[in-house]
Write a protein that binds this ligand. Structure first.
Ligand code: APR
Ligand code: PHB
Length: 393
């Protein structure tokens, strides 16, 4: 039997970042992950960092490469029916966002953890949480056919939407809020210099399209697609033809038909579970909430949860009075949820305004009206910008 202070389940960005912050505060962690290190490092995800996220990565000591290679964007563009409108993020809020792939954030965190020599066990099976309601929770897992047991003070459930942590909490202790959207996003990654200088979120008659990037030589683009579609049905040629049609302007037209190096489909979902704590188990990141990617909030929310959890645990270990120590933990869930619901609202709003929804002509006219209002009103643009760059931590 092994003992540690905090067992972290899941080595995605949430789990890795929490481990990094806790180790800097002198708190021991064991990180266990179902997949291999190679699999985790190669997963393609989003790539827009709020300034608050960059600050937390700086605090964790993992922002060196981000500062040299990240692309600072002072605006984003919204396209609608052939017109493009720039939302001047910097001018409206004083803040910019940084385009830096989640894959790179993950790599920086993995390198930092390896440098610390902090223990990480990959490719574990049958992760089971025990006694989470009491003061001495345990975690068991299997590795190469052998069962291991770890006793700890706390468990951090950073194991994503499909993980075991949330499922270990009795249903009766949780409230679930969920909205499933009737479409997905087909994403393509290609090694070609982006012909656009800022991200373009385009609403078109054929559906939504997003022009993004990962670096000066790599684009990331998305198309709204049917949930029944399969990536194999979308040849590169078909993807770029449709992309150009939806962009409907020169940025799209200049897109070369570049061979894709990754192509995948993700469904869109809004999901929140409350509260984010049960006894000694704390949920963070995708384990507790999902946002549709339209607001670029998924990774940023995972980072703010982790920052709050780090503060709560650090508060607990610094306090010698038992009651006060417990109190340091109490603020975690309400503090997270306040920020999460605001990001849920913004992500839902962006999704609602920019996608083609089936049915209702009234809703479709409202969508058009909303976008026209946005383009004409500086106040409406400031609202979008304030949320896009991220509300304060
Ligand atoms: N045991 C151990 N690890 C597990 C288990 C399990 N039972 N189930 C899942 N995992 C691992 C997954 O393999 C994954 O590596 O937990 C990790 C969760 O990582 P993410 O899904 O990346 O979630 P999170 O760290 O919260 O990051 C949130 O990822 O999905 C994006 O938009 C989201 O950008 C946001 C970020
Ligand atoms: C991405 O580059 O993958 C990306 C950017 C912005 C989003 C979603 C995804 O809103």
């Amino acid at each position: 039997m092994v003992r540690t202070q905090v067992v972290i389940v899941g080595a995605g960005p949430a789990g890795l970042l929490l481990g990094q912050l806790l180790h800097k505060a002198g708190i021991d962690t064991l990180l266990i992950e179902r997949r291999s290190a190679e699999y985790v490092a190669s997963r393609i995800r989003a790539g827009v960092l709020e300034p608050g996220t960059v600050e937390v990565l700086e605090l964790a000591g993992v922002a060196n490469r981000l500062q040299t290679e990240g692309l600072v964007h002072e605006g984003v563009e919204i396209g609608f029916r052939g017109h493009r409108h720039r939302i001047a993020l910097k001018e409206l809020t004083g803040k910019s966002v940084t385009v830096y792939g989640q894959t790179e954030v993950t790599r920086d965190l993995m390198d930092a953890r390896a440098e610390l020599g902090a223990p990480t066990v990959y490719e574990v099976d049958d992760v089971t949480l025990h006694d989470i309601a009491g003061p001495a929770p345990r975690v068991t897992y299997r590795l190469g056919g052998v069962t291991h047991e770890v006793v700890c003070d706390f468990i951090a459930g950073c194991d994503g939407f499909h993980g075991v942590s949330r499922r270990s909490i009795p249903d009766s202790a949780l409230s679930v809020y969920e909205k499933v959207y009737p479409f997905g996003w087909l994403g393509v990654l290609a090694d070609v210099p982006p012909p656009w200088t800022e991200l373009i979120y385009a609403a078109s008659e054929q559906g939504f399209a997003l022009a993004s990037m990962r670096s000066p030589t790599r684009v990331r683009c998305y198309l709204q697609c049917s949930l029944d579609d399969r990536p194999e049905q979308w040849s590169d040629e078909r993807f770029w033809t449709e992309f150009r049609r939806r962009m409907g302007d020169d940025a799209g037209a200049r897109t070369p038909v570049a061979p894709s190096i990754e192509k995948s489909i993700a469904p869109l979902r809004s999901y929140v579970v409350e509260p984010m704590r049960f006894g000694r188990l704390f949920l963070a990141g995708d384990a507790a909430h999902i946002v549709p990617p339209t607001g670029a909030k998924g990774l940023n929310l995972a980072v703010s949860d982790v920052f709050y959890l780090y503060e709560a645990l650090r508060g607990f270990y610094r306090e010698s009075d038992g009651d006060l120590a417990e109190r340091a933990l109490d603020g975690y869930s309400p503090r997270c949820l306040r920020r999460i619901w605001r990001a849920e609202r913004f992500s839902w709003w962006m999704t609602r305004q920019l996608h083609r929804f089936p049915g209702d002509a009234f809703d479709s006219r409202l969508q058009q009206t909303e976008l026209e209002y946005l383009f004409e009103s500086r106040a409406a643009q400031a609202g979008l910008a304030e949320n896009y760059v991220g509300l304060p931590l």
